[in-house]
Design a protein around this ligand. Structure first.
Ligand code: AHM
Ligand code: MG
Length: 344
């Protein structure tokens, strides 16, 4: 130990949630329990991703590790299936979730065994999974809605704008596991998983993103399909006018949680616009765009769709509905909005 200064008053996610709950006199504790179940799903997904990466390296198959095999028994169970199963089972066993939407599931999952449960959870259990084999960071994106008493968990309970979310956030399974979480109208808090303690530690309290930063993050390979205002905006960043003006830096990982996490910390803008080929964009409103929009707004940034409407106010037409999105530092998103206004 010696001269090393040891913090003996660590704020874990568990402690943070307990303190949050005691600040809300009317709280029943149901939401806190739901958050504990979320926490467990993040920990277990992080664990399996780390383990699978290692196992892949030494050429084992995932079947045995996943603890179950499919009909042929020898085909490996994909990590996104494992992540999805871990998430569903954690939500179901919490007893607090009435209905769940996962990117991996065509239909919403209604937990009729918990008819009194008052929450709906939306998630992408492992976003960016096409990057997994290259060891690139992936993550879980989630959102929580509160349901009216006696809700049956129908689709209508879920086709709501992000402004109805009571909590949202995402994890990033990278060099370390990061968790970013925010509650409606609250601050954004970042936690880092301490593997030795098995706890998420509050390392980034009250995250506020830089008001501007010359970094843009977009798949420019799609630019031949972009609409004029989007092309105009991007060219403006690369070929700025005026004496001594410097162009923006490009950063694109292709894994939303990783691009979002960097953008939150360093500032800049992340975009996945709708275009002539993908008229509705690529990313999903309910469990990708809306939760991220809430995080970015609560951190002082902005998030809009391709029509320049506030992303968090968009109501999806169906649970897997998509949207274009621009999210990031306040001034950087404002630039996009201004260019679109100019085009009328
Ligand atoms: P996924 O949900 O199938 O993983 O797709 C979402 C991912 C995001 O993480 C990322 O921002 C985007 O797709 C990248 O798309 P592209 O490869 O078209 O640039
Ligand atoms: Mg996804």
């Amino acid at each position: 130990v010696g001269a090393e200064k040891i913090n003996t008053d660590i704020v874990t996610l568990t402690r943070f949630l307990t303190e949050e709950q005691s600040r809300h006199k009317e709280a029943t504790g149901d939401f806190t329990l739901l958050c504990h179940a979320l926490q467990f799903s993040f920990k277990s997904i992080a664990y399996y991703i780390r383990r699978a990466t290692l196992i892949n390296l030494i050429k084992f198959e995932l079947t045995g590790l996943a603890g179950s095999s499919n009909t042929t028994g020898d085909e490996q169970k994909k990590l996104d299936v494992i992540g999805n199963d871990l998430f569903i089972s954690a939500m179901k066993s919490s007893g607090r979730v009435r209905v769940l939407v996962s990117e991996e599931e065509e239909e919403a999952i209604v937990f009729d065994e918990h008819p009194q449960a008052r929450y709906a959870v939306v998630c992408d259990p492992i976003d960016g999974s096409s990057n997994l084999d290259a060891g690139v960071s992936v993550g879980t994106i989630f959102g929580v809605f509160q349901l009216p008493e006696g809700a049956k968990g129908t689709k209508e309970d879920l086709l709501r704008p992000g402004t109805d979310l009571v909590a949202s956030g995402f994890t990033m399974y990278g060099a370390s596991t990061q968790l970013v979480i925010t509650m409606r109208g609250g601050t954004v808090n970042g936690f880092t998983m301490d593997n030795a303690l098995g706890e998420f530690i509050l390392t980034h309290p009250d995250m506020k993103m830089p008001k501007k930063r010359a970094i843009y993050s977009v798949n420019e390979g799609n630019s031949m399909w972009w609409e004029e205002p989007v092309k105009d905006w991007c060219n403006g960043l690369k070929y700025p006018e005026g004496e001594g003006a410097k162009p923006y830096s490009a950063r694109y990982i292709g894994s939303m949680v990783a691009d979002a996490y960097r953008t939150l910390l360093y500032g800049g803008i992340f975009a996945y616009p709708a275009d002539k080929k993908s008229k509705k964009g690529k990313l999903r409103i309910l469990y990708e765009c809306a939760p991220m929009a809430m995080v970015f707004e609560n951190a002082g940034g902005q998030a809009v769709n391709s029509k320049m409407a506030r992303m968090i106010e968009v109501v999806p037409e169906h649970i897997h509905d998509r949207s274009g999105i621009f999210m990031g530092s306040y001034d950087e998103v404002q630039k996009v909005i201004d260019v679109h206004k100019k085009h009328g």
